[in-house]
Design a protein around this ligand. Structure first.
Ligand code: AMP
Length: 593
């Protein structure tokens, strides 16, 4: 008797399992399948992505539904289109020996009438994203009043994405006595509330410790100055020549920008975010799966449901706003029995977040040094040596060999090796020979300096944001630093008034500050910034009052309403230094012909 047989699964499913090559059940399968098969029960299961949870709910559902009937008996809600499609195709594989099985995926961005047509044929199981599902219920395109089993997959993520209302609405169209199986990587209070509201004495299954990240993933962080973030990213990539990674950014804008910079610097990179059309996203994912893309730069939402098993590294270019999201990011690597590394590039001010994440994942981070230029050169050299060693000879070059021999006949083997390696080495060497130490404390960094003082060389700015915008001086300082990415001591003497404020920076940053604020909005109001004649260095005096009058005439500071809980900047324009356009970087070699 195989391990799967002992879970209580029947022959058609066991046959499919054999075909799939699954030898032993994963932990979540071992724990949930027997319970779900033997009992009509609700269940809450805490399991990461990549642990085999689709099969954990998929097999019991397939075994329990009546395939002879055309009634929709199973509903699976998942956060994204990608995940929805992935679950659908897995279920079809699991149910390949169940003749008449019809599993239909329902998701946005594709023809709703086509999906309705598929359901009309008689779908025993519907796998859906909440938005499209609600839409179809509203249009009476499907009937879920006879659902017996309902799965809420990646419940935490669905709630993160704001699907609470949709889920509640959908569930109100399902029978009270159905079984609900909730799967979630984390158990924030919102998920616990859903479980409480919609479930009846659910059985609890926890894989590993609660909220623990997969064991196969190690966690590292690199402490750099904010302005060196991009350079650090390139070094991490150059240090891992075979990297196959997802690079996470916080916003669509940063995602696009980082991907563009990487492409310009010769890396095989692409962006994945919500501003791309479905077709573009499909193309990017196809190139990623086939490894034409080595670095997929993605937002959290777009990366959900990426079902690629071999990702070697997850790079947190920026940490997520919600630290719980980190678990989802790092869960993209270390899947299907492989190991992976989750790297975080942070600046000093974010260091405390590492502690908070460690609490959630119940694992420690290792602080690592951003590699030096010479370490990278050495790594690349040996990588080249090994690639040459492992390269299979292409005999199509045979006819050209005599001529090539002629060209190179004067060189000994030693000389040839030196030349071949110099081709690659020189490129890296030239790029990295003057490269500075990017580690905080490792060199001449602004953050390591004495705090900036008000001097002849400092400039005072006027900004049309103040206390009426809900900003105390510390908040404003944080926001200015967020936009300009200046180290904390380089923004100083922040004085907030009701409708405007002043602050200072070193004069050398004037262009950077003005440029960074171009196009920036705060709670839908354009942020105005000007150089003030008052140099500051004391509490606000008369210098700015005139400004205030002028501004008020212009209508600034009159917008009613305070911000919600958090101030919002829109259209943040990054300073140029963050996206340095350096040519001839180590990445060049990666350009595919
Ligand atoms: P999931 O967590 O459902 O996204 O599954 C992650 C991957 O593991 C999928 O590619 C599954 O096909 C695969 N998988 C699921 N169960 C097993 C198993 N028992 N043995 C080997 N691979 C599995």
């Amino acid at each position: 008797m195989t391990k799967f047989q002992s879970l209580g699964l029947e022959q058609p499913l066991l046959q499919a399992i054999t075909d799939l090559g699954f030898e032993t059940p994963s932990e979540v399968q071992e724990k949930t399948i027997p319970i779900l098969l033997a009992h009509e029960t609700d269940m809450v299961s805490l399991a990461q992505t990549g642990t085999g949870k689709t099969a954990a709910f998929g097999f019991p559902m397939l075994q329990k539904i009546d395939i002879e009937s055309r009634t929709t008996q199973g509903l699976i809600l998942s956060p994204t289109r990608e995940l929805c499609l992935q679950i659908t195709s897995e279920l079809k594989l699991y149910g390949k020996y169940l003749p008449g099985l019809n599993v239909v995926a329902v998701y946005g961005g594709a023809s709703i009438t086509e999906q309705a047509k598929q359901i009309k044929k008689g779908a025993q199981i519907i796998v859906a994203t909440p938005g499209r599902m609600k839409d179809m219920i509203g249009r009476r395109m499907l009937d879920i009043s006879k659902i017996e089993y309902c799965v809420l997959d990646e419940a935490d993520e669905m709630l993160n994405m704001g699907f609470y209302e949709d889920i509640t609405d959908i569930l109100s169209h399902t029978p009270e006595d159905k079984c609900t199986w909730l799967f979630s990587a984390t158990m924030p209070k919102e998920v616990a509330a859903i479980a409480q509201k919609f479930m009846d004495q659910p059985q609890e299954v926890t894989i590993g410790a609660k909220n623990v990240g997969a064991d196969s993933v190690s966690h590292e962080y690199y402490l750099v100055n904010a302005k060196d973030r991009y350079q650090a990213l390139k070094r991490l990539a150059d240090m891992h020549p075979d990297i196959f990674s997802v690079v996470f950014c916080r916003t669509k804008r940063d995602t696009q920008k980082v991907a563009e910079m990487l492409i310009e610097d010769g890396y095989n990179a692409a962006a994945l975010h919500g501003d791309l059309s479905q077709n573009q996203r499909d193309l990017v994912m196809k190139s990623f799966r086939t490894r034409q893309i080595q670095m997929l730069v993605a937002t959290d939402v777009a990366a959900r449901g990426i079902d690629v098993d071999d990702i070697t590294h997850v790079i947190n270019y920026q940490l997520p706003d919600e630290i719980e999201t980190y678990t989802h990011r790092s869960g993209r690597t270390g899947r299907a029995g492989k190991t992976g590394v989750s790297m975080v590039i942070i600046s000093k001010s974010e260091q405390r977040k590492i502690k908070a994440i460690e609490k959630i994942i119940q694992k420690s981070f290792i602080q690592k040094e951003v590699p030096s230029g010479m370490e990278i050169c050495e790594k690349q050299l040996f990588h080249l040596a090994n690639s040459i060693k492992d390269t299979e000879v292409n005999h199509d070059i045979d006819p050209y060999l005599p001529k090539i021999h002629e060209v190179l006949e004067d060189f000994s083997k030693e000389e040839l090796i030196k030349k071949v390696f110099s081709v690659e080495f020189t490129r890296f060497y030239n790029y990295y020979k003057k490269a500075k130490d990017l580690n905080v404390g490792g060199g001449n960094h602004p953050e390591d300096r004495e705090p900036a003082k008000v001097t002849e060389d400092s400039t005072r700015y006027f900004i049309n944001l103040g206390r009426k915008d809900g900003l105390q001086w510390m908040d404003l300082k944080d926001l200015i630093r967020e936009v300009t990415e200046l180290p904390k001591d380089d923004v100083f003497h922040v004085d907030t008034m009701d409708t405007f404020s002043f602050f200072n920076t070193d004069s050398k940053y004037v262009d950077l500050v003005i440029e960074a604020f171009k196009g920036v909005q705060f709670n839908d109001r354009r942020v105005e910034i000007e150089i003030s004649k008052d140099r500051g260095g004391r509490k606000f005096g008369g210098g700015g009052r005139g400004k205030d009058k002028g501004r008020k005439k212009g209508g600034f500071g009159k917008k009613g309403g305070f911000p919600d809980d958090r101030p919002k900047f829109k259209g943040k324009s990054r300073r140029k230094e963050e996206w340095p356009k350096e040519k001839g970087t180590g990445g060049k070699r990666r350009r595919k012909r």
